[in-house]
Design a protein around this ligand. Structure first.
Ligand code: ZN
Ligand code: ZN
Length: 247
């Protein structure tokens, strides 16, 4: 049974106790990578679902759109009709924004016009509703993990046993501890996080070295140990994204 942590002053984020606990209780390479992977798929499906018919959401989609990671993921999700509807009105909006830049590029054909055009294209391409939603999810999950670490013995045990978090999500947890914890709680969490991460990464480095050594026939007799998927776990530890572990 998970106790709800005591309500603290100035709570900025909503607690997501159950999914965060479950992620750390699983054998995830990084619990936050797993939570964010699920969140990402949820948002991709949301923007292809009935939200397409919601005028307010549609205005947001038309104006902001999706980044070069998430728009292709929407294509792969397979809701062709809804993708076409979203794509059509978003393209209309983007064309409207680019019209002046294209006209000036054509008329002036100058270096300045080219810079104005390319920076407008690039700033549009990095805007993304799914990234924005995921940033909010990550704040809530990180906040919950940091709170539970201080309040739940059971969660603290799971945290210490987990091979995660990955390096990227450890940075998010460190930032969250600084943002939301009192000084002595923050120091306790940061020192524990650093110690845990240091030994987890040391172990990963030994595993991935063993993985490379197994390609040498001289080492045929050597045990794989925990190194069969160490190449994949190294990618995840350094990238902050769930990767396929099995070849
Ligand atoms: Zn991670
Ligand atoms: Zn995105």
């Amino acid at each position: 049974m998970i106790r709800q942590p005591a309500i603290l002053k100035n709570v900025k984020y909503q607690l997501e106790t159950i999914p965060v606990y479950d992620a750390w209780a699983s054998d995830a390479t990084c619990p936050l990578c797993t939570l964010m992977d699920a969140a990402e798929h949820r948002h991709v499906n949301y923007y292809l679902g009935n939200s397409v018919m919601n005028p307010e959401t549609r205005v947001l989609v038309n104006e902001t759109g999706f980044c070069s990671r998430h728009f292709p993921m929407m294509r792969e999700a397979g809701y062709a009709h809804h993708l076409g509807l979203v794509g059509h009105t978003h393209l209309q909006t983007v064309r409207g924004k680019m019209a002046g830049k294209l006209k000036s590029l054509s008329r002036r054909a100058s270096a300045k016009a080219a810079v104005e055009f390319s920076s407008a294209v690039r700033s549009q391409a990095v805007e993304c509703l799914i990234c924005r939603s995921m940033e909010r999810d990550l704040k809530r999950y990180s906040y919950t993990a940091v709170m539970m670490y201080g309040n739940e013995d059971e969660f603290r045990g799971l945290f210490e046993e987990s091979p995660g978090p990955c390096l990227i999500h450890a940075a998010d947890l460190a930032d969250m501890a600084v943002e939301t914890l009192k000084k002595n709680e923050m120091q306790y969490f940061l020192a524990a996080l650093a110690g845990h991460l240091d030994s987890a990464l040391e172990e990963l480095e030994a595993d991935v070295l063993r993985f490379t050594q197994k390609f040498d026939t001289q080492n045929d007799g050597m045990e794989w140990g925990n190194s069969r998927d160490a190449h994949a776990r190294t990618v995840q530890a350094l990238s902050g994204r769930v990767v396929r572990l099995k070849d």
